[in-house]
Every structure is written in C-alpha cells, then in structure tokens.
Unconditional design. Structure first.
Length: 380
C-alpha cells in the first residue's frame, strides 16, 4: 500500500518528464468557462459562415447588364440633377422556365409587359412613376443585342418589341432617346419573381370600384376589397379584357394601383427593418431579377432600398405617358405632343409635373373614359 501511495505522489508532484512544471488541476468553473468560450466561437463562426452563404446565395441570383458598355457612355443623355434618381422598372412576360407554369399563353420570346420610369427627386421624400404603354409606336435607336450583335434603327415599332429584339439595354436607350432623361438604374422582374415577392409579403390588398369579369382566363373579382396571393396578383396586373375598356391603356391603371398597394404593404410590414422578412423578400425577388451593373449586388440593392424608405406610397404620383390613337392603326398609340415633352422636361429638371403634361388624349381605363377605345391588340 505504501509503495503504491508513494508512486501516486511522485506522479502528481514530481517534475514532468518534459522538464515543465505540471499544470494545476482546473476548477469546475474554469472548465465551464472554457466550454462556453468554445461554444461561442463555434456559434460566431457558424453565423459568419451562414451569413456568407446567404450573401453569396442572394448575390448569385442577380443577373446584370453594364449599361455604359452596352449603350456606349457617349450615347447617353447627361445627368441634369445630381442627387435625383431615375429608375426604369420592367416587367418581362417571358414564358421560359418557371414562368411557363404561371402563364400558358402561346407566345414565344419575351416582351416588356410593363414599363415604368420612376423619378425620385432630390431629397427622396416622394416619387413619380410614368407608365409607358406597351402598344406605343416609337422610333427605335440603333442598339446591340445581348450577344453584342448590331440591331438597326427603325421607325413605328411597338415599344414592347424593343425588349424582344434587343434586350433591356436597348429599352433603356430607347427611353433615354424618347425622354432626354438619364436612366440611373433599371430593374427587371419576370412572372416568377413577381409572384414570389407577393407571396413573401403574405399577399397584397387591392380595392376595385367595379367587378373584374375574368374574360379570357383572367381574374374574376367582385367590386370591393380583396387580398391577393402571388398567382392572383399576376393575373390582376395582366388583366386586360375583363375590366374597364379592355385596352392596354386600361391595364396600366391596374398596374399602377397594384404597385402602390404593394409598396404600402412593404411599408406597413416594415419589411426593410425586419431581417427575417427582408431575407424572404430578397430571396424571392432576386431569383428572377436583372439590374444594371451598379445595382447587381445585395449590398447595393439594400443600400438603394434603404435610401428609398422616405418615399411614401400615399404621396407617390402615377402618370401614364400622354398618348393619342394612331391615325393609321387604331390598335396602336403614338406619343402625344406637347404633353409628353412637358412631362419629360419636368422630370429631367426635377420640377413638379404640370397638370397639362398629364392630359392624355387617349385615356383608356374605366367606363367613364371620354376617348373611344381601340380594339385590344392580339398580343396580351
């Protein structure tokens, strides 16, 4: 027993074989602190890794176009008001990929189903959105398509055909040529991205002052207030034949109404201030998103969105580009002058839009419209 005890004492108190003094036994508190420290380190590293994965994942969703390279920096109008922003918002009606399940129209390629130039004045406390009717006959400038091939200039072509033939950069160039306004950014969302954004919000509430009949596979709604999910919202903004006069001009009113309702929903939910909801919105929105190269990162998009928080949807002005029915083809419209020039001049110089610049000879929309509406064009 004595020898065993001596041996034990020697192992505990004698010098170690390496020449270093033995470590004193750790207390229970020390062991707990050490475990907690390692756990914290693992959590921090895990969170950092997850954050990087989220950032990379969302960044990877975004496609982009370098506008200066695609258009040519020397071919673009100058910036007049430094701190004002002009953003071209495009809704693509592509049936490719997931979009095919959301709209079964027998239409090849893609068009700019919706086009709005959103002007945010210096100070960013309000905004004006100008919708450009897709059936407007315009002069298309010479462009390069997405593969860099030259596309010749042409007159009297439909506005929404520009996207089909030459892509979003040519649409930007066309709008800049029409308006003389420098487009700072463009954002393009397709069917799937639009549906995903609405569903990520949990729906959007709209109010109709007359029934929507659901003609030609559209949405059928009674007059009154409705909460729409992503699929119903897509039908709502694309409804043409079952509401108002059945024209493309009438559909613009629905699109503008829905845009304001959606922005109000984002503001109501404080979606930009709620990390979990913001991630859902970002993940849904960036899956089908194309932007200019300056916005083509999660950081840039987030910074831009935060800078827009002061814009109140309740005070946002929506205008349709003044147009008149074409004298040769009543199914098409042409830019109305001098109203259009007055509108573009006001936005370019960051001034209030005069009432005369909002008066469109061709009105479309509800049954009270004074101008006779043309027959709907074959393409929807």
């Amino acid at each position: 027993m004595t020898s065993d005890s001596t041996a034990t004492t020697t192992l505990q108190e004698g010098p170690s074989t390496s020449g270093r003094a033995p470590r004193p036994p750790r207390s229970r508190g020390s062991r707990i602190r050490r475990v907690l420290a390692w756990s914290a380190a693992v959590l921090v590293l895990g969170a950092a890794g997850t954050g990087w994965w989220v950032y990379s994942h969302l960044n990877g969703n975004i496609d982009s176009v370098d506008l200066n390279q695609a258009i040519g920096a020397d071919n673009r109008p100058p910036k007049v008001v430094k701190n004002a922003q002009n953003v071209l918002v495009l809704g693509s009606d592509s049936r490719a990929g997931a979009n095919g399940d959301l709209d079964h129209g027998d239409v090849s390629g893609a068009r700019s189903d919706t086009a709005m130039l959103v002007h945010i004045p210096e100070g960013r406390a309000r905004a004006t959105a100008v919708s450009i009717p897709r059936d407007t006959l315009i002069s298309r400038p010479e462009c390069k398509d997405k593969d860099g091939k030259a596309v010749s200039a042409a007159n009297r072509v439909m506005f929404n055909s520009v996207y089909t033939l030459a892509g979003p950069a040519c649409v930007v160039k066309t709008v800049e040529q029409m308006s003389g306004i420098r487009v700072d950014h463009f954002v393009e969302v397709d069917f799937a991205g639009f549906k995903g954004l609405v569903d990520a919000l949990g729906g959007v509430t709209v109010t109709l002052d007359q029934p929507m009949t659901g003609t030609k596979g559209g949405l059928k709604l009674d007059a009154g207030t409705h909460r729409l999910d992503g699929t119903a919202s897509l039908k709502f903004v694309r409804t043409r034949y079952g509401y108002g006069d059945g024209s493309d001009l009438g559909r613009i009113g629905l699109q503008q109404q829905f845009m304001l309702a959606m922005l109000s929903e984002i503001k109501k939910q404080d979606a930009l201030g709620n990390p979990a909801r913001l991630y859902k919105l970002a993940d849904a929105g960036t899956k089908s998103l194309t932007t200019d190269s300056d916005l083509a990162s999660l950081t840039a998009l987030s910074d831009f969105a935060q800078s827009m928080k002061g814009v109140d949807p309740a005070t946002m002005e929506t205008i349709m580009l003044p147009v008149a029915y074409d004298k040769v083809d009543r199914n098409r419209v042409v830019v109305a002058e001098p109203q259009a020039s007055q509108l573009w001049d006001a936005l370019r110089t960051d001034q209030k839009v005069p009432a005369a610049a909002k008066d469109s000879p061709a009105k479309g929309g509800g049954p009270a419209a004074k101008s006779p509406a043309p027959k709907p064009s074959p393409s929807s």
